[in-house]
Design a protein around this ligand. Structure first.
Ligand code: SF4
Length: 226
């Protein structure tokens, strides 16, 4: 399998139309499998950790979908899992943009700031939605011990620096999972650079019996392309 196929192989879900993933825009949503965190509250656990259980969406079907649907869409949302981990991501985004001629918004947990910076500098992503999971001290518990408080702080501070220089390209969200108090949310809000706000997403408990149900805020994931 070549590197191009390995990257496209992560594309395991699609929502043909979403009115809530990019505020003010109608987008389709592509779900990329794999994640670097292990959040116990994850709704998208198969997409994050067991993407092999989900069907691959063929690249040519995706490009055909984009060519046919682009005229009714304002943009393309790329989510996961954690999409910044996908091999050859820049080439995939380039092909999505070429087929759709649409701007791209990407969700990220913010733990790969160098990739975010790279994508921004290449002009491949117009908008990043970054999840700030809570106070740094709670990151080990929030991420299944995947990152320390210090690693979370270091990575997010790099993202905040990027946002300060590119204020139109970022917004920040938090999902109020059960271990977060109101004070925790305010602590996380206090990390943001001047001029940014933290959007609070309601937490919906995962339904573990459903194979690939939703993201942390409880949104359904489809896998059909038409
Ligand atoms: S909630 Fe997001 S960052 Fe956490 S494991 Fe799931 S997909 Fe990864």
């Amino acid at each position: 399998m070549n590197i191009d196929s390995i990257g496209w192989n992560h594309l395991r879900g699609i929502e043909p139309l979403s009115l809530c993933d990019w505020p003010g825009k109608a987008t389709c949503v592509f779900f990329m499998g794999g994640c670097n965190l292990n959040c116990p509250t994850c709704h998208n656990f198969d997409m994050a950790w067991n993407m092999e259980k989900l069907p691959v969406l063929p690249k040519e079907d995706i490009k055909s979908f984009l060519r046919n649907r682009a005229q009714w869409l304002d943009g393309v949302t790329i989510t996961g899992g954690e999409p910044t981990l996908v091999p050859n991501l820049g080439e995939i985004l380039f092909e999505i943009r070429k087929a759709s001629k649409l701007p791209i918004k990407m969700d990220s947990n913010g733990m790969t700031p160098e990739t975010l910076e790279d994508l921004l500098q290449q002009g491949l992503v117009e908008q990043f939605a970054i999840d700030v999971k809570g106070p740094y001290v709670k990151y080990p518990a929030l991420t299944g011990q995947a990152v320390t408080a210090e690693t979370a702080r270091k990575n997010l501070e790099r993202v905040f620096d990027l946002a300060t220089v590119n204020p139109g390209a970022f917004y920040f969200r938090i999902t109020k999972v059960p271990i977060l108090t109101d004070d925790d949310v305010e602590t996380a809000r206090g990390y943001l650079p001047d001029g940014f706000d933290l959007t609070i997403q309601k937490y919906i408990p995962p339904r573990r019996e459903h194979a690939h149900a939703d993201n942390e805020a409880g949104r359904p994931v489809g896998n059909m392309v038409d």
